[in-house]
Design a protein around this ligand. Structure first.
Ligand SMILES: Cc1ncc(COP(=O)(O)O)c(C=O)c1O
Length: 406
């Protein structure tokens, strides 16, 4: 992978921000966008800024064809057998809510999650629990915060209707054994929803091979525009799941006192869509496919290994998650003794232009359980360099030394 060539595709990396080039390590929140994605978004506004699926004129037809093409690309990217299994939603959160709130629940049904879910799974699960009188079971992680498959098996029973889990954690970077989980869940008759927000940017997810029922990811974490989610629903698994919102588009017919919904994917695509975002997502998927997800993942792990080697054993620096960087992808979550996570992030931003995330990362229950106020998180992606990793490690070392004993 030619990182130098890749970096030239990202306009913001060539700019000075506060007098220095940025060292962008906030990729788990949102990635930067390459010129190819920005151009695809602009092309929509410049050349065919119309609506898909409604009007029959030439501009509208062009948008419809482009969106169909992106749907086919997304299906192929995720290994879906039929493009109609991929819906464009607003973000991962919308896809997750659609399933968690929309399944035909019966009182007493059970729903199983990990103990490190993002609030985008956790909060709708609690809402569904309270709305439909469900039981929520939480699989406790191993001591090093990796997934405990035997604890999961012990949690399963015929009462479980849905296993909703984060495929890759946004805190530790650890990835679940998805195939095993799907097979076990299905053997009890449960459906599986994967939150793939963090996995999709750098791991091949083949929904057909996994046999998963539902999956959701966000384009903005994989080089695409903001405001586009990719929601997979295996045909036949959807049943009568309604969309989160209904209205224009998504219906076959309405009368003064009735309506009937279209089948997926249209039923999940209510109202006028984010066409420029969808078209930009197509360019992002093409970009990632041309680089290759295996190469992206190997690059992330190489940078994380470098950081982990440099900071291992440094007094005052504590890592969140397993010590092996191969298990953490591009994520290095940590604390510096004597400093709050936000202090760490602000000092590194002010002193070195290192941009990263700090806080509870929308995983409050995990941090409450760990009795931590949160952590700082550096997350690498395909355009980060070993030099940037070294500036980061040296800066964290310096901070730990400076605040030792406080
Ligand atoms: C693991 C995980 N799940 C879900 C989400 C929510 O994604 P979005 O805000 O795009 O809906 C995130 C966002 O950071 C995430 O990291």
């Amino acid at each position: 992978m030619d990182v130098g060539r890749i970096r030239r595709d990202f306009p913001v990396l060539g700019k000075e921000i506060g007098g220095k080039p940025p060292i962008y390590f906030d990729n788990a929140c949102q990635t930067l966008r390459p010129r190819q994605v920005i151009e695809a978004v602009s092309e929509y506004y410049e050349s065919f800024p119309a609506c898909a699926g409604r009007s029959v004129h030439k501009l509208a037809t062009e948008v419809s064809l482009r969106c169909d093409d992106v749907r086919a690309k997304a299906a192929s990217f995720f290994g879906a057998e039929d493009p109609s299994e991929m819906a464009f939603v607003k973000n991962t959160t919308e896809g997750l809510n659609t399933v968690i709130m929309g399944l035909p629940w019966k009182m007493g049904d059970e729903i199983v999650t990990t103990d490190y879910e993002h609030n985008s799974v956790h909060v709708p699960v609690l809402r569904a629990r309270d709305t439909y009188s469900l039981k929520h079971r939480v699989v406790r992680s191993s001591e090093d915060l990796t997934f405990d498959l035997s604890a999961f098996e012990e949690t399963m029973s015929k009462k479980v209707k849905l296993v909703a889990m984060c495929l890759t954690s946004n805190v530790t970077g650890c990835t679940l054994p998805a195939k095993e989980i799907v097979d076990i869940a299905h053997s009890y008759g449960a459906k599986v929803l994967l939150d793939a927000a963090q996995a999709a940017p750098s791991m091949k997810i083949d929904v057909s091979r996994l046999g998963v029922d539902f999956m959701a990811a966000s384009a903005h974490k994989m080089l695409g525009p903001s405001g586009v989610g990719l929601f997979y629903a295996l045909s036949g698994s959807v049943g009568d799941i309604p969309p989160i919102m209904c209205g224009g588009h998504g219906v076959v017919d309405t009368t003064y006192d009735s309506y009937n919904l279209l089948p997926p994917p249209e039923r999940f695509e209510t109202g006028l869509q984010n066409y420029s975002g969808i078209i930009g997502t197509g360019a992002a998927l093409e970009y990632l496919s041309s680089v290759g997800l295996d190469a992206v993942r190997a690059h992330e792990v190489a940078l994380n290994s470098r950081i982990t080697r440099a900071l291992r054993g440094v007094d005052g620096v504590s890592l969140i998650g397993p010590s092996d960087p191969n298990l953490r992808g591009g994520i290095f979550s940590f604390n510096v003794r004597g400093l709050s996570p936000h202090d760490v992030a602000m000092i590194l931003d002010n002193s070195k232009n290192i941009m990263m995330r700090s806080g509870m990362h929308c995983c409050h229950p995990l941090f409450h359980a760990l009795k931590l106020q949160g952590c700082a998180r550096a997350s690498a992606y395909l355009y980060n360099t070993p030099e940037e990793a070294d500036v980061f490690s040296e800066s964290v070392k310096g901070l730990a030394e400076g605040f030792r004993g406080r």
